[in-house]
Write a protein that binds this ligand. Sequence first.
Ligand code: NAI
Length: 462
Amino acid sequence: MASYDVIIIGSGPGGYVCAIRCAQLGLKTACVEGRETLGGTCLNVGCIPSKALLHATHMLHETQDNFEAMGLMGASPKVDWEKMLAYKTDVIGQNTKGIEFLFKKNKVDWLKGWGSIPEPGKVRVGEETHEAKNIVIATGSEVATLKGVEIDEKTVVSSTGALELKSIPKKLAVIGGGVIGLEMGSVYARLGAEVTVLEFLDHITPGMDAEVQKTFQRILKKQGLSFIMGAAVQSVEVMKTKAKVTYKLRKDDSEATLDADTVLVATGRRPYTDGLGLAELGVEMTERGQVKTDAHWATSVKGIYAIGDCISGPMLAHKAEDEGMAVAETLAGQKGHVNYGVIPGVVYTHPEVAAVGKTEEELKNEGRAYKVGKFSFMGNGRAKANFAADGFVKLLADKDTDRILGAHIIGPMAGDLIHEICVAMEFGAAAEDVARTCHAHPTYSEAVREAALACGDGPIHS
Ligand code: NAI
């Protein structure tokens, strides 16, 4: 039995970042992880592997679409699916080993196995029980299953199975037009699959700015994805090697079916806290199965904290990381803080979609006076040169004070461009502050400045 200042259960982006920061702040730290490798869902079966496949298939798409237009003739790479998967696996390995290295460097002990909390101040891992002054639950989330749909990870897959299909499907049905459905749908569409997205609502990516949703769907359609909107999936029947998806159209309650070789279920995730013993400990939970926490990530049981996907808020790796750092600071006697008003969200399709702060719909609902500064990438020289002019930057600012309230970008490198606005918002900047900042030419980020100019006297290039 060892004794620690902090034991963190789970080594995803929330847990491993928390562990490293705790150790850096002088706390004796251990992190419990039952997987063979560190990094949780994100590194092993989520963010990182999906980005490898998105990158590889985007490269393929470039050779097919834009190479000849640039005078690059005769490039027609053939897809070696096994090799592409091996590349993805290698990327995972590099990242998970990287965390292992960082643990060693920072003297974080990796307690291998699945953890539980037999009583406050104690963490059991396998046969051993360790003492901890503080415990941080960072156990993340799992795929939320759909009634009438059984995931076998072969024909009917979750995002995990979608990262290692035996072969590229001819027909892929995607249930759910959210982030996972559209990212993985894009991957297989670029690999030649006929992709149909079935979405319950009348728009994709719920919660996103409506104008971006519309443009995003139009671009995806142009890329070959089909959409059945307002479709509530009822069941999936697996025949020998195929599957039949039955759905009801919400507008008239009519029932229809769709055949596919593979079905991807991407209808959300739910908090994962199985086996921790939280009920026995009396840890309060929300109605949605999340661990209830206060403003300092403390649960209802003294000395037990929780962060990331298993508590409330967006299920995003970087939100979990920020909470992990803030809890570490709190446990080290500092003042940990997360600004939930400035957490960016990114969809890594091509083009990328990124957002931070309020949407126009939210501002309308709040009855706030706001102004919109919008700039199309068509007016951006760099985007035109790079065949990346589809999309726009939309900045929302307070009508009276000019303070930036939100930004929504669909276009090249949107996931990177958004951070200029994140920093601006953290500093309480006005759109004019961004507009008066010199932006290098020619860069995509000039489009952000032009959107800021559009909040004032107007953009130059439109
Ligand atoms: P999601 O919540 O983003 O989207 C699920 C979609 O499924 C919604 O549009 C919903 O209306 C639809 N849906 C639900 N039930 C349905 C039914 N019966 N029939 C048809 N459609 C139905 O969930 P998703 O895409 O599974 O992602 C899970 C979590 O992982 C999210 O919180 C997401 O933020 C996170 N994630 C984030 C990524 C990123 O930041 N790039 C990448 C992947 C996941």
